[in-house]
Design a protein around this ligand. Structure first.
Ligand code: ARG
Length: 277
């Protein structure tokens, strides 16, 4: 483990933010003094599993946030581009570990020693915040209920014991299904792509997953699936960080804010979603 001073970075980034504000205002009133670093940002240090690198874990079956490039096997997606920019803002290299089960990400971060962060389209929830720190939100999301094109099932008819609803284990979609389709047979799977294939082939009657993922997949590959309910859960994605590393959470929040200010977040959103989210 290495301890790196982040004081320089924090100071530098508030100066940069001030400069951007000035530019944006077209040189009107002088910018206010940069505020004193808050308590968290002033922690001035954080630890990293590997020196000079932000080591990341995810579940790489969640396009367009994260998936594996078919040819290279390398991770690709919104979260991957976002993490690259995040690492650049932190002055670090990025290091992605192999995909792992979604419900193992929070325990891995909590245990420490393997990865610094989990970046996985992960909704900020109270249950997760009890285990790990979650960064400030970087994407808004909702849930969706999906069936095969031509299916006449509705939210009501799917709520029956003979109906099988696929979900990704340990996700907020799984929680929503358990709560709102209490009569249905909920089938937790390792990944939502298997769920989509299973709905196509008739193994499952429907699935529940994050709306940006179902919408993207239906548009680009699973054209024989349809969204029958958009469910406004009002979720927000954040980055999971160990509670033992509050300086890293502070530095990541600074970097996320800088990415909004300097337009890199908007650019990455446009790349993957065609517009800012
Ligand atoms: N947003 C949902 C959750 O936090 C699903 C995330 C799934 N992410 C993934 N990389 N498979 O529970």
């Amino acid at each position: 483990m290495n301890t790196i001073s982040r004081r320089q970075f924090v100071k530098g980034s508030s100066l940069l933010a001030t400069a951007l504000t000035l530019t944006a205002c077209g040189g009107g009133a002088p910018a206010a003094e940069a505020p004193a670093d808050d308590a968290a940002a002033d922690a001035s240090s954080y630890t990293l599993v590997n020196e000079g690198k932000l080591t990341c874990i995810s579940n790489l079956y969640f396009p367009p946030f994260e998936s594996m490039d078919e040819k290279t096997g390398e991770p690709v997606g919104f979260d991957i581009d976002m993490s690259k920019s995040l690492a650049e803002h932190l002055g670090l290299e990025i290091n992605w570990l192999p995909s792992q089960a979604f419900d193992s990400l929070v325990p891995t971060i909590k245990a420490g020693g393997t990865a610094d962060v989990a970046i996985a389209g992960m909704t900020i929830t109270d249950a997760r915040k009890a285990e790990v720190d979650m960064s400030d939100p970087y994407v808004d999301s909702n849930q969706s209920l999906v069936t095969k094109t031509g299916s006449e099932d509705t939210l009501e008819t799917l709520n029956a014991a003979e109906k099988k609803i696929a979900v990704q284990a340990g996700t907020t979609g799984a929680d929503w299904a358990a709560e709102n389709l209490p009569e249905a047979t909920i089938v937790p799977l390792d990944d939502i792509i298997s769920a989509m294939n299973g709905v196509l082939t008739g193994s499952y009657d429907g699935l529940v997953t994050d709306l940006p993922v179902s919408a993207y997949q239906i548009k680009n590959s699973f054209t024989e699936l349809q969204i029958i309910e958009e469910i406004p859960t009002g979720e927000q994605y954040g980055i999971a960080i160990s509670k033992d590393n509050p300086g890293l959470t502070a530095a990541i929040n600074e970097a996320l804010a800088a990415m909004v200010d300097d337009g890199s977040m908007a650019q990455i959103q446009t790349t993957w979603f065609g517009s800012e989210l």
